[in-house]
Design a protein around this ligand. Sequence first.
Ligand code: PMP
Ligand code: GLN
Length: 385
Amino acid sequence: MLPSPKLTKTGTTIFAVMTALAQEHGAINLSQGFPNFDCPKPLKDLVSKHMALGHNQYAPTPGLPELQDVLAAKIERLYGLQLDARREITITAGGTQALFTAIAALVYPGDEVILFEPAYDSYAPAVEIQGGRVLPYALQAPDYQIDWQEVEQLIGPRTRMLVVNTPHNPCARVFRREDMLALQRLAEEHDLLVLSDEVYEHILFDDLEHHSAMSFPQLYARSLVVFSFGKLFNNTGWKMGYCVAPPYLTERFRQVHQFNVFSVNRPIQHALAEYMQNPAVYEGIRPLFEDLRNSMYKALEATPFKALPCEGTYFMLCDYSAVSDMDDLAFAKWLTIEHGLASIPLSPFYTQPPKDSRIIRLCFAKTKDVLQQAGEVLQGVLGSA
Ligand code: PMP
Ligand code: GLN
């Protein structure tokens, strides 16, 4: 007989549930976050080239030096941090693995970890598996701002870490400089670690600036910063990412990483290192997503669904309270089955879901024809729920 499960919420992740439901019902899939367009052909060609060259055996555990170097150059250009690429950058099998490994390496049984909810769904289970306890800070619609004094009140002697995410999935909000400074002050004064999920660093709009934890030296001194190539180059299926942290944290991270994955896909690391020599390949992605964000706003205009402000990521929240009183999970399933449009309900992003939330998340990393079709579906929903 097994003891009780390590995870108290044992269901399947909402992303897999909604994508499967969308497929079953042939629905437009604006649920799980992935683009319906392909990753750049030159990058795919480079992967083929490096496979053909025979770069097919294990990579070094921390990652390929060429890729570490190109990332260090990017970080210096964008965030002004000069780091030791060998000792501070680790290539991972996607952002999720980096987040899990960071938590496994640094959260001890009984430790408390502050999450800003709704929070990306992998954080809380990773904390729970380590025997840690989640301290949720509830962000409130429609602006989802953080009152850092309230956050400070959550901190106790067992608090080890804060997990932050900017641009934020699912709220689509971007931290301001003042947020980062407040975070830095709290982390320093209370001796906390920060896990900063920055996988959408290049997907933000309206001239907003990405404030990385790496731009604030005292904050970086106690941070692990996580990125995903899947979000950068539209290849979420490749599951490639990286973690940047000062050497004393990277050492702990790699202790776990070496027994978790040991090392990561080698031909893709060669390809990324070569492709990213040219900064235009990542600097060019912002206008594309801003245009799609605007199309999503437009598609929602003539519908009873109310778009919430979207500052970054490729997700938009919308309020369906003019349409239905159903809870969000029931509503998202109903919308998929009855109207052929799949979305993501927000309740799985909470430790304790709020009772009366009538908000779903739509992914707009889709071609414009799909966004337009989605708008037409949503126009037809009024009065039928
Ligand atoms: N963090 C956030 C906020 C995400 O939305 C995602 C999904 N891309 C991840 C982490 C995980 O990234 P990956 O797909 O590379 O594991
Ligand atoms: N990050 C993606 C999202 O938020 C999905 C990742 C996943 O399916 N695990 O939808």
